[in-house]
Design a protein around this ligand. Structure first.
Ligand code: G6Q
Length: 547
């Protein structure tokens, strides 16, 4: 299905013309009910989308686009375990990992829920033992530090959630994450921890990823150099993987392995055994709450009517900007500091899923697909990149994300945080007219001849859209729901564009390329296989360094 051939696409192209001359400020002035109308709530999250360039006609056409591109059918196929990842012939079932109602979900005729529950139970038992000091290291001491070694989907999710929910963590169990193969990151962590009280989690779906295996081997060598024997590895190393053979080859017994399945995509895997660091840090009950929040969002996505369906609304509004209003980028601006890794996490989720240029059947797309996702905590962004959002030449919608409650909240700080967030969204939407700037100068007693040259510089065009996502609380349940919300937003967009959101051939390419160049750097030949620029770079490094 080519979405650009649908009647709704044509309608939206026409509607976009009208929005070229409309300003959100006037749209609000003309419609006193707008602020109440364009709000939807689910799972303790409120989406206020009133500051977007949409109205009843736009939404109607966007819902028609979802219908005409078969979003609901694809959604049903995903939840039913159909192999919607067609290029890898895999089901896409992160929803099964948090299926707290435990209804059967079949893949190849077998219910996956018993296996999902069995791995969860093993992880919970392991976590209970470790968290209460009964899992002992080789010298009989309890574990004080957990080091997760993984990259991409085997790192970003657990790291982001552990940070987001830090106040729920156990104080005497410190979490560390190592992903970069530069050697510095692992060394810095190893300097801080004691081999007698450290547990390493080697997290890799394939267990072939060079960065992860290199860091894992360094950790293993460091551990053995502390006087430990091979037999002690079982007390200090566990693996999370789908590849039992490679785990055994590395030297970790599969008794110490927590498995998952090919129907769990890396960037959708924090709900699986890849979430082990989260379970160790926050405990089984909090992990269950995280799963419950996500499951509630899954049910909401499946059952809520279009005009109240958060993932559908967010997905379609994104399509509207990307394909009709000329805006290929979205900023993620969380205001609570503990959500500081959310932009990086969502960058992977969205850009790896929908950064595709062909439809599921292989035809080239002739319309834009996945947005460019970027961001940083909004309050810091205000002192940095927000300048471009206010006065730059690009139209870039934002997702403001703010939790209205968080553990240990200090009302004095929190009021400033909330005020800043709301003020930015308002200023972006309203802007400031030249006359308002002049009035400000006049009020401050600045003479007109001094003021006038500055007027264009202090004018803000406004009409810059944003979503406001308010979480009732920054707790496991709401964070689970928030992540699932974005997963499904990405799903909706991929379904509209007719692409496969669940493969990642670009990531696979990077994995292949590095291996060949590494051989060339070590003098193993093959440098002539590369372009002239890369050959020069290889020669430069070889002239300076022996590997
Ligand atoms: C995720 C990606 C990618 C992957 C990493 C790590 O969807 O495919 O980020 O998670 O490349 O892969 P392994 O878990 O196999 O080491």
């Amino acid at each position: 299905m080519n979405p650009s051939q649908t009647p709704a696409w044509k309608d939206l192209s026409q509607l976009a013309e009208a929005w070229k001359t409309r300003h959100l400020r006037e749209v609000f002035d003309k419609d006193p009910q707008r602020a109440q109308r364009y709000v939807a709530d689910a799972c303790g999250i409120q989406l206020d989308y009133s500051k977007h360039r949409v109205d009843a006609d736009t939404l109607k056409a966007l819902f028609a686009l979802a219908e005409q591109t078969g979003v609901a059918e694809r959604r049903a196929a995903m939840f039913a375990g159909e192999k919607i990842n067609n290029t890898e012939n895999r089901a896409v079932l992160h929803v099964a990992l948090r299926n707290r109602s435990n209804t059967p979900i079949q893949v190849d005729g077998a219910d996956v829920m018993p296996e999902v529950n069995a791995v969860l139970d093993r992880m919970f038992a392991f976590a209970d033992k470790l968290r209460c000091g009964l899992w002992l290291g080789r010298t009989g001491k309890a574990i004080t530090d957990v080091v997760n070694i993984g990259i991409g989907g085997s790192d970003l999710g657990p790291l982001m959630v552990c940070e987001a929910l830090k106040p729920y963590g156990q104080d005497d169990l410190r979490m560390h994450f190592v992903s970069n193969v530069d050697g510095a990151q692992i060394q810095q962590v190893l300097k801080k921890v004691n081999p007698e009280t450290t547990l390493f989690i080697i997290a890799s779906k394939t267990f072939t990823t060079i960065e992860t295996l290199t860091n894992a081997h360094s950790a293993r060598a460091w551990f053995l150099a502390s006087g430990a024997a091979e037999a002690d590895i079982a007390k200090h190393f566990v693996a999370v993987s789908t590849n039992g053979a490679a785990v055994s080859k590395f030297g970790i017994s599969t008794d110490n392995m927590f498995g998952f399945w090919d129907w769990v995509g890396g960037r959708y895997s924090l709900w699986s055994a890849i979430g082990l660091p989260i379970i160790l840090s926050l405990g089984p009950d909090n992990f269950r709450a995280l799963l419950e929040g996500a499951h509630e969002m899954d049910q909401h996505f499946l059952t809520a009517p279009a005009e109240k369906n958060l993932p559908l609304l967010m997905g379609l509004i994104g399509v509207w900007y990307g394909n009709f209003l000329g805006s290929p980028s979205t900023v993620i601006a969380p205001y609570n500091q503990n959500l500081h890794r959310l932009p990086a996490y969502l960058q992977q989720l969205d850009m790896e899923s929908n950064g595709k240029g062909v439809r599921r059947e292989g035809e080239k797309v002739e319309y834009g697909t996945g947005p460019i996702i970027w961001g940083e905590p909004g309050i810091n962004g205000q002192h940095a990149y927000f300048q471009l959002l206010h006065q730059g030449t690009h139209l870039i919608p934002l997702d403001f994300i703010l939790a209205l409650d968080q553990p240990g909240i200090d009302p004095k700080h929190h009021a400033i945080l909330i005020a800043s967030c709301f003020a930015q969204a308002a200023a972006l939407m309203r802007g400031k007219t030249p006359d308002e700037v002049r009035a400000e100068f006049a009020k401050a007693g600045v003479a007109a001849d001094k003021a006038e040259p500055l007027v264009p510089h202090k004018t803000f065009s406004g009409n810059r859209p944003s979503s406001m996502l308010l979480l009732d609380k920054l707790d496991p349940k709401h964070v689970g729901a928030l992540i699932a919300l974005y997963e499904h937003k990405v799903f909706v967009q991929g379904a509209v564009w007719g692409i496969n959101s669940y493969d990642q051939w670009g990531v696979e390419l990077g994995k292949q390329l590095a291996t060949g160049i590494e051989t060339a750097l070590k003098g193993g030949g093959g440098e002539l296989n590369y372009d002239a620029s890369t050959q020069r770079l290889i020669a430069l490094v070889r002239s300076r360094q022996q590997f």
